[in-house]
Design a protein around this ligand. Structure first.
Ligand code: SF4
Length: 335
């Protein structure tokens, strides 16, 4: 980008959208990319045509959508050739063939899979018109990550997708450890379903709701108690809780246990804590979910809010000062 700026180029490509085919093994209700006669769907770009396009265009990033690129028999060579040119490759896929075709690729800082995942199960399966499409995508994401590939998800949102479900989906992607590209569906003129595309206003309102949900801070205590998924916290459920024995958590647990087993508690009060014999059984940690390190992002989020508010306050002060000055100047010239 710096080079383009220095060269004074106003228009230049950052990403080349390279579509080596339009054939797909799915027919999603919002897709207008596959409604072509067979003569067109059977067409394929050759490896050389793809690499020539990459060289001619010069963009530092190449996104390979389709149709379904993994249907292309030479997709491995195409990606290899682009990576060898040190271009970043976003290989878009609906994941149905991903696990089967992983052997065609090598993990590289220049390659990431962009898996089509339009939300949590009910929304994804509906969007791709395939029962079980969600599980296939999740399994493929996990398989690719396990083999050391970088994975991103590409999510298209249609009208009627509740903000709460989008927030759940974003939390899921955090747990999966994948990046997210998310946007409202593009109103393809040849998409089978023309009723569910979001307009700009609705899109803004929807994502405001989503991000409000994501602000972490519950507005009220009731919301904190009701909106928090408590079952994903605690020793044995969350890696960060594995060794925690902090009083803020455990005192309440001890008080609760005493209420449930008052006689036992009375015994301990009389005899004191047992210091011999077998310890209490350890809590099974095998099913705990991995730790999420969100501190920095929360701090940055808070800092940006603080700075934004400070800038607003400063602007308001200056505007007020300016207004006072103008008022003084006006009354002076009137005088
Ligand atoms: S959206 Fe993607 S996966 Fe779905 S039909 Fe279109 S090209 Fe295929």
């Amino acid at each position: 980008m710096l080079r383009q700026r220095i060269a004074g180029r106003k228009r230049y490509p950052l990403v080349l959208m390279l579509e080596p085919l339009f054939r797909c093994n799915l027919s999603c209700f919002g897709c207008g990319k596959i409604d072509y006669p067979d003569a067109i769907l059977n067409k394929r770009l050759s490896v050389q045509e793809c690499l020539d396009a990459v060289d001619e265009c010069g963009a530092p990033m190449v996104a390979i959508p389709g149709g379904e690129p993994l249907i292309h028999r030479e997709i491995g060579e195409i990606v290899k050739g682009i990576v060898a040119r040190k271009k970043f490759v976003s290989l878009c896929t609906n994941a149905l063939l991903l696990e089967k075709k992983l052997h065609l690729f090598e993990p590289s800082p220049y390659l990431f899979f962009s898996v089509h995942l339009d939300g949590i199960k009910e929304h994804h399966d509906k969007s791709v018109c395939l029962e079980g499409g969600y599980e296939k995508a999740i399994d493929a994401i996990r398989a690719a990550k396990a083999k050391g590939f970088t994975v991103n998800v590409n999510c298209t949102i249609f009208d009627g997708h509740p903000a709460e479900d989008i927030a759940k989906f974003l939390d899921l992607t955090t747990e999966l450890g994948v990046g997210v590209s998310i946007s409202p569906g593009y109103a393809y003129e040849r998409a089978p379903d023309q009723q569910h595309f979001l307009n700009r206003r609705k899109t803004k309102e929807l994502f405001r709701k989503v991000f409000a949900l994501g602000k972490g801070n519950a507005e009220t205590f009731t919301e904190l108690m009701e909106a928090t998924d408590w079952d994903v916290y605690g020793t044995g459920r969350y890696e960060k809780c594995a060794n925690c024995m902090a009083h803020c958590g455990y005192e309440a647990t001890a008080a609760e246990a005493m209420m449930q087993h008052p006689l036992e508690a009375f015994g301990i009060a009389l005899r004191g804590v047992r210091t011999e014999g077998p310890m209490a059984r350890e809590i099974d940690l095998s099913k705990q979910r991995p730790a999420q390190y969100v501190f920095d992002s929360q701090v940055q989020l808070r800092l940006s809010e603080i700075r934004a508010n400070e800038a607003l306050e400063k602007a308001a002060k200056e505007a007020a000062k300016g207004a006072t000055k103008n008022a003084a100047r006006t009354s002076a010239s009137a005088a």
